[in-house]
Structures are given as C-alpha cells and as structure tokens.
Design a protein around this ligand. Sequence first.
Ligand SMILES: [Zn+2]
Length: 186
Amino acid sequence: MNKDDDVRALGGASTGEVPWMMLALGLADRAAAMGEVPVAAVAIAAGSEAGSDERCVGRGVNLRETLRDPTAHAELIALREAAQALGRWRLEDVTLFVTVEPCAMCAAAIGQARVGRLVYAAVEPKTGACESRMRLLDGTATEVVRDLDMSGRAEAQMRAFFSDLRADKGVVVASDGEVAELVAGA
Ligand SMILES: [Zn+2]
C-alpha cells in the first residue's frame, strides 16, 4: 500500500491536521499488531509552489523489537525517509506528526533536522522531552504544537496496547518503563 492509499483508506483530505494525525494513529495500530509499542510519525512537506498540496514524505513506526535497535523510534525513521525523499537533511518545510511526545533522542534529531513544526498528541510523562521532562525544542526553529483533539485517542491506544499485553502475559509489563508508567499512572 502506498502513502496515497493510506490517506484515502483513512478518509483523509490532504490538508488540515486531524487527517495526518489520523494517518499516524493508523500506523501506530499496525505497530501494535506487530507487538511494538504503538508510536508512529508522519512527515508532511508543504507544497513546493503556492497552492500545491502538502504531501506525506516520510512515515515511521516504532520498530525497536522488530529491528532489535534501541534507536528505531518512529520519529527517526520518518525523518530519515523524509530526508531521502526530499534529497536534503534540512526539513524546514516539514511538519512532523507524532502520536506521542518525542523522547530526548528524537527531539534532538527533530532540532538537528530543522523541522519546521512538530505536532504530537499524547504526552509522555516519563521520557517526553518537549514539555514533560525537558523542553529541548524551546528556543529552536521548530514550532511545537500539542494536538489536544487527538491526545485522548493516542493515550487510549497506548493503554489498550499495554492492557492487552498484560492480559496475554498475565504479568505487569515492565520492559518498556516509560510507557508502562504512563499507562499505570493514567
Ligand atoms: Zn524517541
């Protein structure tokens, strides 16, 4: 399925913020189905000419378990894909939509990439580095926006994932402390 199909499948117009966050939430559901903590990111480039449509140039889901890679966070995967698609590392014209508040590693990478705008849904009280534990992007060129309309949905997605995991294993999952605590504290 290509990116355009994804957007259509979610009924999204290509403008406005909710459809892009809906796309990210849909991707996060797929990550959960793979046994990954459901975090997803989509990178949207503004149209290059006045009036041209913005488009999805990068997508990422958390793949730490699948790739056995501690750096395989959704945001980094989406940023890499966007940079490759656009042929440059500076992403000033890109808005990154993420289902959960980025961690310090990802927030730093977002700053390094000069991402124009970051929009995230759920806060991450333990590791969030945009408002919760740190504010790494304050004073940078990246505008940070919390998507309040979608935060409840993203939080529910996390809760459902850990609740299913607990039900499957019959134990409290502690392997992913940052999100487990978010769930436990909710
Ligand atoms: Zn991260």
